[in-house]
Design a protein around this ligand. Structure first.
Ligand code: XBP
Ligand code: MG
Length: 255
C-alpha cells in the first residue's frame, strides 16, 4: 500500500460547481435559438441527455433522433457549429455569475494546496469553461496551484472512458493508487475507477440515485452531517469534509 495520499483529482461539472441546469443547458438552448432551431432542452430532458458525456457528443446523440435523415457528416458539422455557439453562451453565463460553486469545495482545495497535496482536474468539458469558472469567481490564483488540468482537448474519448484520468496521471507523474478522485456522476466514477483511482462521489440533483458501486464514499456534498462521517459526532451537526476525512477513506481503499 502506498504510504500517503499525494494528489486530489477533481471533476468539474456537477462536482466543483452546479454547472449543468443553469449553465450548459441554458447555453445549449440559446445556441439552438441562434440557429433558428425549435429544439428546447428542459430540465427533465437534459437530465436524460446527461447520460451522454461531452457537449458535442450529447448534441450528436440528440440529432440522431431529431435529424434521422441527415448524413452523419452534416450532423457533425452542425453539432460543431452549435457547440461553438453554446460555449460562447456558457462563458457569458459564467461571467454573469449564473453558476454556483458547490459548498465546501474551495475550502477543501485551499486546505489541500496548503498541505502540499497536488491538485488536478479531470473533466470532459472544454478548457475555456474551466478557466472562466475559476477566474470569474475570483479563484484564478487557486487554479495556478493545479499541477494538471485535463480537459476535453486532452482526451478524444469522454467519460466513462478513463482517457482523461490517464492523461492527468501522466501529467502528475503519480501512480493511480496515490491519488483520490472526486466525482459527481456514475460516468465519472467509472472513468476514475477504470484508471485505478480511489474515488469519492458527491452527488447532485441530476446524479442522485445513480449506481455508485465502487466509490469509497457517496456524499450529498462536501458539507455533511455526522451520519456521513465515521465519527460518533452529533449526527445532526453539519461540517466540512476535510483532508483528514479523505486521507482516512483513501487509506481504506484496497491498494
Ligand atoms: C460534464 C460533461 C460536459 C458538460 C458540457 O463533464 O459531460 O460535456 O455537460 O460541456 P464533467 P462541453 O462532469 O466530466 O466535467 O459542452 O464543453 O462538453
Ligand atoms: Mg461531473
Amino acid at each position: 500500500m502506498p504510504d500517503s495520499l499525494r494528489a486530489l483529482i477533481f471533476d468539474v461539472d456537477g462536482t466543483l460547481a452546479d454547472t449543468e441546469r443553469d449553465g450548459h443547458r441554458v447555453a445549449f438552448n440559446r445556441a439552438f435559438d441562434d440557429a433558428g432551431l425549435a429544439w428546447r432542452w428542459d430540465e427533465n430532458v437534459y437530465g436524460h441527455l446527461l447520460q451522454v458525456a461531452g457537449g458535442r457528443e450529447r448534441l450528436l446523440h440528440y440529432m440522431a433522433d431529431a435529424l434521422p435523415t441527415w448524413p452523419l457528416d452534416e450532423r457533425e458539422a452542425l453539432a460543431e457549429q452549435l457547440h461553438r455557439r453554446k460555449t460562447s453562451h456558457y462563458l457569458e453565463l459564467v461571467e454573469q455569475g449564473a453558476i454556483a460553486w458547490r459548498p465546501g469545495v474551495v475550502r477543501l482545495l485551499e486546505e489541500a494546496r496548503d498541505a502540499g497535496i497536488a491538485l488536478a482536474i479531470a473533466t470532459t468539458t472544454t478548457r475555456a469553461n474551466v478557466l472562466a469558472l475559476f477566474e470569474h469567481a475570483g479563484y484564478a490564483d487557486l487554479l495556478e496551484a493545479f499541477a494538471a488540468i485535463g480537459t476535453a482537448e486532452n482526451s478524444a474519448r469522454k467519460k466513462p472512458d478513463p482517457g482523461i484520468y490517464h492523461h492527468v496521471l501522466e501529467r502528475l507523474g503519480l501512480p493511480a493508487a496515490e491519488c483520490l478522485a472526486i466525482e459527481d456522476s456514475r460516468a465519472g466514477l467509472l472513468a476514475a475507477r477504470a484508471a485505478g483511482i480511489p474515488t469519492v462521489v458527491t452527488f447532485n440533483d441530476y446524479t442522485r440515485g445513480e449506481d455508485f458501486e465502487g466509490a469509497l464514499r457517496v456524499l450529498p456534498s462536501l458539507v455533511v452531517t455526522g451520519e456521513h462521517l465515521d465519527e460518533a459526532s452529533d449526527a445532526a451537526a453539519e461540517r466540512f469534509v476535510g483532508l483528514a476525512d479523505l486521507r482516512r477513506w483513501w487509506a481504506e481503499a484496497p491498494h
